[in-house]
Design a protein around this ligand. Structure first.
Ligand code: GDP
Ligand code: CA
Length: 330
């Protein structure tokens, strides 16, 4: 494999953003002159929503802010130095979801995005324009140009109800029991320009340690995505988002429960399935805490590699990314 291979990462928001920072660092260590074409990030847009007349893309923004170095590392999401003056006005008007934070700086991005969408640009073009503000060292692509916002069917205790994923996640903190996740419009969605090309040209496709159900799930559900991965010459390596049988940060285990997958590094690998058996993985990287599951992963036809998987800082994350690159080169 070349000093700096071509890499495509499939990613959700915060976990995906952290991982992508580590991958950029790993590529730069191999070749300081590594360029944008060598790292493409295909980002989940299932979290996207319309709110107060503007279009939000939480995962796209998380990855973009992380690569730009303008993310709030203490809070774990959003922009550094954020304020909420507009949000407090919207609350006074009763015009927004009171439990959903719309930061002023964030709103700048949402307004720019909405304006360009109104002008007729595709989502891919809008993401490229937003991203061009910074030298990200990576190309960002939405998983699709179509609107396929994730809805959750929940059991309220007295009946069934559907709501936007963000309402369930942020307002109810995922406490209402989810029965199903759906992306209306997905059947007629397609890959946006650049995604199939990037996957075909890649040496390595990495499934980031992101939520398997609501971040990676929608990406793999876009018609054409699985086929593009199946036919690629790239090695496909997944990094486990589960460490020691836990989801690390957040409430992702509730999502796995809903689709009948155990919160286990092996169960998630089996859920993604071996590429030889019609799935997407050639190799799966498990945390040291889950080393005992390596044989189960291998029995599912997926090469297993054990490595520390805590993304504590860029150095630790770059080491994980480097292992993903090396596993692909085997
Ligand atoms: P979101 O879209 O902001 O929810 O972020 P993602 O879907 O990209 O990632 C969320 C997932 O990242 C969590 O459910 C965790 O399983 C995983 N995660 C978070 N921190 C770590 C970490 O340090 N190591 C690993 N391996 N996974 C992590
Ligand atoms: Ca997300």
């Amino acid at each position: 494999m070349r000093a700096a291979p071509r890499v495509v990462v499939l990613a959700g928001g915060v976990g995906g953003g952290r991982f992508v920072l580590g991958m950029r660092e790993a590529l730069r260590r191999r070749d300081a002159a590594v360029n944008t074409e060598q790292l493409t990030v295909v980002v989940n847009t299932g979290d996207d929503l319309w709110l107060s007349g503007v279009r939000l893309q939480p995962d796209v923004d998380s990855v973009m802010y992380a690569l730009a170095g303008v993310n709030d590392v203490n809070r774990g999401w959003g922009r550094q130095g954020e304020s909420e003056r507009v949000a407090s006005e919207l609350r006074e008007w009763g015009a927004t979801w009171p439990w959903f934070t719309l930061g002023d700086l964030d709103l700048g991005a949402h307004l720019a995005r909405t304006g360009w969408l109104r002008d007729g640009l595709t989502v891919t073009e809008v993401v490229a324009r937003l991203a061009s503000r910074w030298a990200l060292g990576a190309s960002l692509l939405p998983m699709t140009d179509a609107e396929v916002d994730t809805v959750v069917e929940v059991d309220t205790g007295t009946g069934r109800r559907e709501m936007h994923f963000q309402e369930w996640w942020t307002r109810y903190r995922a406490t209402l029991r989810p029965l199903a996740f759906r992306n209306p419009g997905m059947e007629s969605a397609g890959l946006p320009s650049g995604v199939a090309e990037a996957i075909a040209a890649a040496d390595v496709v990495v499934v980031a340690p992101s939520n398997p159900v609501v971040s990676i799930g929608p990406i793999l559900a876009v018609p054409g995505m699985r086929e593009a991965i199946a036919s690629s010459h790239a090695a496909v390596v997944g990094v486990s988002p589960i460490i020691g049988g836990k989801v690390v940060r957040g409430m992702g285990d509730v999502c796995l429960d809903a689709i009948g997958v155990a919160t286990s590094a092996a169960a998630v690998a089996e859920h993604y399935r071996s590429r030889r058996h019609g799935g997407v993985l050639d190799c799966w990287i498990l945390a040291e805490e889950d080393a005992h599951l390596a044989s189960a992963v291998e029995s599912a036809g997926i090469a297993a590699v054990v490595h520390p998987l805590w993304m504590t800082d860029v150095t630790a994350t770059a080491a994980i990314a480097e292992v993903a690159l090396r596993s692909a080169g085997r």
